[in-house]
Design a binder for this molecule. Sequence first.
Ligand SMILES: [Zn+2]
Length: 108
Amino acid sequence: MTLIRATCPDCSDVQLTTEEVQLRVCTDTSDRRYVYECPNCFTPRSAAIDAAGAELLVQAGVELIWWKLPDELGETKAGPALNHDDLLAFHDFLDDDESISAALDTIR
Ligand SMILES: [Zn+2]
């Protein structure tokens, strides 16, 4: 059984099996990251890895997951950009149950 050594920022070095690690590669940016849940603190972790390291993980049997950036990133945006006042207004809106209920009624 192949063991993979990783470094959790909180727990230091940990050992993982190939089943406990995934390799995620973005098809748009070629960003490569290995992801795992720390066996000590149970926190999801990820770290960048170079092409050679990624190849070693794949050869060891780590699951490879390809992903792409959301299509929304390529959409043309219309209207003014959000500003700080917009965020504060949205925060107030989310804090008002009646406003949320009224807004939901308009889309039902
Ligand atoms: Zn940890």
